[in-house]
Design a protein around this ligand. Sequence first.
Ligand code: BES
Ligand code: MG
Ligand code: ZN
Length: 297
Amino acid sequence: RQACTQAETLTSGMNLTRTLGNLPPNVCQPSYLAEQAQKMAQDNSQLVVEVLAEEQLKELGANALLAVAQGSDQPARMIVLNYQGGNADEQPYVLVGKGVTFDSGGISIKPGASMDEMKYDMCGAATVMGVFDSLLKLKLPINVIGVLTCAENMPSGGATRPGDIITTMSGQTVEILNTDAEGRLVLCDALTYVKRFEPKSVINIATLTGACLVALGSQTSGLMGNNQELVDSLLSAGQSAGDAAWQLPLFDDYQEQLDSPFADMANIGGPKAGTITAGCFLSRFTKDYPWAHLDIA
Ligand code: BES
Ligand code: MG
Ligand code: ZN
């Protein structure tokens, strides 16, 4: 009976993730994900949810997240879930999910074939929601912060252009050379934002690069990080759960692929090692805590 209860608890979270992923992109928009998170908090006293709207995101300087959303009629949202199962003074584990509710590519528009699949570009955020569903049911004695960093990537007269330069929340500037490399932009501000929680560790989950599908197929997630202990724990968790990840190197030598003559970095690193250069980009925002990045494309 205990085994059944535990299986039910885990599959409930997985099912929520899948259901959110499968919703059409005209329904599952940033505001919808915010509502779902708020509903979850209404039903659970251990969960507090805060939704940051565009005005607050502007005050925070979340210009990378806002830049991705600026071509869309749907405003960006940063959704912060705070589960306190441990003592108030215990450092939290932080999970950050990419929540691009539709990724058309923006002005660097994607080809039409299979573009519908880009409704799944919020599956990192959906994964965090699923984890919280299970977490609340298991009542684990730990503190966990979840951040869903949500935007819709669309082309319009207000959209970002290749060549635009923005200042991220971290103060570092980015030259947007390809508007389709938007995942790292929505993530970088969230990764800066979570510093305030003094995390024990930060794991981000994102459908980040097509290159990851080329390298590892649909079976295995790409994994990178700045802390081998954290990476190893994810590798072994993936093995025991039957949902494996494989570590890719974040060697410093790859970093120069992000060099820009006009800004601190470009948002793309050229055709080679696209999954790793995306990881390199994120690594520039995660120096203050143990961090791992799961590319679940
Ligand atoms: N959401 C895509 C990554 C993706 C592609 C996930 C296919 C699942 C299936 C991401 O936003 C993207 O477009 N990445 C670009 C990056 C490139 C412009 C550096 C890509 O992979 O082509
Ligand atoms: Mg894209
Ligand atoms: Zn994307």
